[in-house]
Design a protein around this ligand. Structure first.
Ligand code: ADP
Ligand code: 5GP
Length: 209
């Protein structure tokens, strides 16, 4: 849960957190390496992961409140009605996903780097609501590699993997034209990719200071 906002209009920035608060949107097709990259960035920048809400079923490896807030549809709809989402979207035409607004606002105000792993529809809404957010889209080196990584996740059956692969192609097309992203980064070698993204984030923070 979010730490509480300070009442001061100029919240203090603890010494171990460098730079002003920043919202970093990371998107990319399923299996491209978003989760892996986001975890590396969280460590590197003492960042905070924005825990999304979703109506999709929880997998055995996932923890409610850590990976997602798993909600039923009526509860998700109530959160929409109460204006609790910064953005929300139906992903792959099936389940609903949304970013709770309050923790994002509070943590950015505290000077934290807040990371969102959201799809292209969500990133487009964030760009409209918070134009100062920084958007990065992660691309695979090539399609065969993406397919291999989808299989390596070991999360889905082959039919689901094939469907996600087809959706990935469409998502990459939309990402190029939607205007929600400041940079496109190819995740070839993981260490190199993390360095590239970290450098982009560092530059952006310098500009904001
Ligand atoms: P996403 O969150 O985008 O679905 P994951 O982070 O779960 O993707 O990564 C999918 C699989 O690809 C995982 O098995 C992960 O370890 C692997 N992976 C991620 N980045 C790389 C990379 N640069 N090279 C090789 N494998 C990678
Ligand atoms: P998964 O079900 O594999 O965890 O996520 C499926 C897709 O939903 C990914 O593309 C992920 O980026 C996206 N997603 C996760 N959380 C959110 C969210 O809060 N909002 C939106 N718009 N997309 C999300």
């Amino acid at each position: 849960m979010a730490e509480s906002l300070q009442s001061d209009t100029h919240p203090a920035r603890p010494a171990d957190r460098c730079g002003p608060g920043m919202l970093l949107v990371v998107s990319g097709p399923s299996g491209v390496g978003k989760t892996t990259i986001v975890h590396r960035l969280l460590e590197r920048f003492d960042g905070v992961f924005s825990v999304s809400a979703t109506t999709r079923p929880r997998s055995a490896a996932e923890v409610d409140g850590v990976d997602y807030h798993f909600l039923d549809e009526p509860t998700f709809q109530r959160w929409i009605d109460e204006g609790r989402f910064l953005e929300h979207a139906q992903v792959f035409g099936r389940s609903w996903y949304g970013t709770p607004r309050e923790p994002v606002d509070a943590q950015v105000a505290e000077g934290r780097l807040v990371l969102l792993d959201i799809d292209v529809q969500g990133a487009t809404q964030v760009r409209a609501a918070m134009p100062e957010a920084f958007g990065i889209f992660i691309l695979p080196p090539d399609e065969d590699t993406l397919l291999a990584r989808l299989r390596a996740r070991g999360r889905e059956d082959e039919a689901t993997i094939e469907r996600r692969f087809a959706e990935a192609r469409r998502e990459m097309e939309t990402a190029r034209t939607c205007g929600a992203y400041d940079a496109f980064v190819v995740n070839d070698d993981l260490d190199r990719t993390v360095e590239e993204v970290a450098a982009l984030v560092g530059k952006r923070r310098e500009r904001e200071e």
